[in-house]
Design a binder for this molecule. Sequence first.
Ligand code: PLP
Length: 383
Amino acid sequence: MNRLLLNHYYQDTPDNLLMQFSDLAATKTNIIDLSIGDPDIVTNHAIIQQAFLDAKAGHTHYTAANGSPELVEAIIDYYDRTYDISFQSNQIFASVGALHGMYLALQVLLNPGDEVILHAPYFSPYKEQVIAAGGVPVIVPTYEKDGFELKLDALEQAITSNTKALIINSPNNPTGAIFSKETLQGIAKLAIKHDLYILADEVYEAFCYNEPFHPMVQFAPKNTLTFGSFSKSFAMTGWRLGYVLAPDYIIEAIGLLNENVAYSAPSISQRAGIYALTHAETLMAETKDLFAKRITFINEQVGKIPFLSMIETKGSMYAFVNIRKTGLDSLAFAKKLLQEQHVLVIPGIAFGEAGEYYIRIAATQSLSLLAEAFEKIAQLTVE
Ligand code: PLP
């Protein structure tokens, strides 16, 4: 999709209004920003220190195109010791963040007209990336009454002879849902039966609050592409490092395409990534504990405000809050909250129509700022 097409696309959809909303937000100062999925904390000091020591020692060059052998080894070791899943080095590609990996994967997998199923509410770049790769996004809604769990019958009904892939995101942005093991197994069965790829976005792996994380790949190894990231688990968004785990022929194609795009992920970030993965148990637990406290706090606060409600956040760093009682749609609510109380949240419509009567609150601010934000939200005048 070229730029002209992109503009055209925005004109006819609520995205146009969303752009107006983000323009409005950009003009505001002194707001409490609960919109962004970027942990407020600085990357753990030990990771930074190791990366800079490694840079000083000469790790300032291009690395092997698919990632340095040491990083690839660290990823293999992490999956082996954490999930008892074995990967070979030719099944791994170090990307410039998960989003870059997803983009490359869709570019190599899709032919024009191939359908890709997304469960809604969805992380909005998926839809744009599918279109940019010549594909057709097919949306399957999920519902609050089901805990935003993807229903297998709805998924199967959406599969046609043109379906090439499914994008699965659990723990989910924006709903905070974690799909059960049975659902993941069911998705895997369907993918195997219909010969589909599963693009499993697992960037919130570390954020499962009361249940274990189940990597999709264990249920359908030949069909699954896993997208992992250092951004959230290790508070490393700005380092731009992630990875794709996939069958070797896909990794080969991704690597070939990327040689014309980014050559390799940043060397210093890869060094940081090696340290992070080697100490993943401690480091991920620190991030998770911090966010667990904030998520619990947000869940409690929402419960105290009569015009808001939500189901418990099981995973991710977000609360997906139902605003239906206010009589406002998500854009109108978010605009009012911004203008009257100077609190910025994401209108649910940004995640597709399924999010029309929701807002997403990111737990990416301190407890004291969150408390301040909720005092303001409570003062909002709604019918
Ligand atoms: N996938 C999901 C579901 C996300 O929410 C985000 C960031 O918000 C990303 C991918 C991007 O990850 P990365 O920073 O590794 O590109």
